[in-house]
Write a protein of this length. Structure first.
Lengths: 251, 135
């Protein structure tokens, strides 16, 4: 198996290395990927069409809004799948072992006090990354992951139960569902306002702004939805994997 | 063009391809399921690097407009596509990274379940246990 695998890998690798001759050279502004008019259109017009200086955010939440909506659904589904896979009856032997482990585990004083100071700062930074995604690198995915990481730090430095007291698994799944609801809901409001699904310029009838600023606000709204889902699912994944789906003990 | 020149001019692609092959080899030949997942992650990282490198333009800026530029754009100044890195690969990889984490989580959950069922995560031992009808 090992030799067979090595042969297959070497042949594939050699073919790819040979094919690299035809790839564009590093940083070539005239390569097909950079010349194609979709990319140029985004660079030249995304600010004029959405009033968002960060082109990545504009493309993510507006031009490719459908893609991002279902990307968020994929993350939600992954979280649900992990819960469904790991949840099950608890083995008696495992439960006894867990009980003895829990007694042995103590919270480290320095670790606990440091993370007590760090967690609020990390969460504040996460909110900044979400809200400032229009003007600097950031947005729902990045901010959501940072927020989820702060909860994971809480679970690591104290006990898993400490983090679960604040965000229980049920709450996490509900928050994740609310995130998708916000995203799809904004799309639906656009429909009601007379536009297409996720066509944020239709939101101008609800806001005292023009069609282009309405797009900017719509993007912020869906980014918040994405952040809810990503943060909640990241924590739910950690809580399930670290406790073998039992929500007790943890690392 | 000598071989060395060819390698140097395509060095970035060579690095991605080598990383990708390391990941592929781990997925094919490693018996440990966790090592297979690590291989999958390496493979994924190579593809992400490849995509992001496609968006690089020599002497370009990150695809975020500065405030002075956006104000000038409001007054009709044209933004040149060559001045900014291609934002499209960045967007595609942004979602790919997060979805990659989520799918890796599902993979780890399945490995945990397998470990609970069979008491091992070595592939040959699992197959032997399945064949003997144990577990």
């Amino acid at each position: 198996m090992k030799t067979l695998g090595a042969i297959a890998v070497i042949i594939t690798g050699a073919l790819l290395l040979y094919a690299s001759e035809d790839f564009p050279s590093w940083g070539d502004p005239h390569s097909p990927a950079n010349q194609y008019r979709v990319s140029s259109h985004y660079v030249q017009n995304s600010f004029g069409e959405t009033s968002v200086p960060n082109m990545v955010t504009a493309i993510l939440a507006d031009y490719r809004g459908y893609d991002t909506l279902f990307e968020t659904v994929v993350i939600f589904t992954a979280g649900i799948a992990i819960i469904a896979i790991l949840r099950g009856p608890i083995d008696k032997r495992v439960r006894l072992r867990l009980a003895s482990e829990r007694k042995m585990r103590e919270t480290n004083l320095i670790l606990a006090q440091t993370s007590r100071i760090l967690v609020p700062v990390i969460q504040l930074f996460a909110l900044y990354v979400i809200a400032h995604g229009h003007h600097s690198p950031g947005g729902g995915f990045q901010g959501g992951v940072i927020f989820g990481a702060s909860l994971i730090l809480l679970a690591l430095s104290f006990q898993l139960q400490t983090a679960l007291d604040r965000v229980s698994e049920k709450k996490a799944v509900t928050l994740a569902a609310i995130g998708i609801l916000i995203y799809a809901g904004i799309g639906f409001v656009c429909l009601l306002a007379g536009g297409n699904f996720l066509d944020y310029s239709a939101l101008q009838v609800l806001m005292p702004v023009g069609a282009i600023e309405a797009r900017s606000h719509g993007i912020l709204g869906v980014e918040i939805g994405v952040a809810f889902t990503v943060a909640a699912i990241m924590f739910a994944i950690y809580a399930n994997l670290s406790s073998h789906g039992r929500m007790k003990g943890g690392l | 063009m000598t071989v060395t020149e060819f390698i140097v001019s395509r060095l970035n692609y060579w690095i991605y391809i080598i990383l990708m092959m390391i990941g592929l080899f781990a997925m094919i030949s490693k018996k440990n399921l966790i090592k297979k997942l690590i291989g999958m992650s390496i493979f994924q990282t190579a593809i992400i690097l490849f995509y992001v490198s496609l968006g690089v333009k020599e002497g370009s800026n990150i695809p975020i407009l500065e405030h002075s530029v956006s104000h000038a754009a409001e007054h009709g100044e044209i933004i040149r596509a060559e001045d900014y890195a291609n934002p499209l690969p960045h967007v595609l990889m942004l979602t790919a990274i997060v979805v990659g984490v989520a799918t890796l989580g599902v993979g780890l959950a399945i490995v945990q379940k397998i470990h609970k069922e069979f008491g091992t995560i070595e592939e040959p031992e699992i197959l032997a246990k399945i064949e003997s009808g144990d577990g």
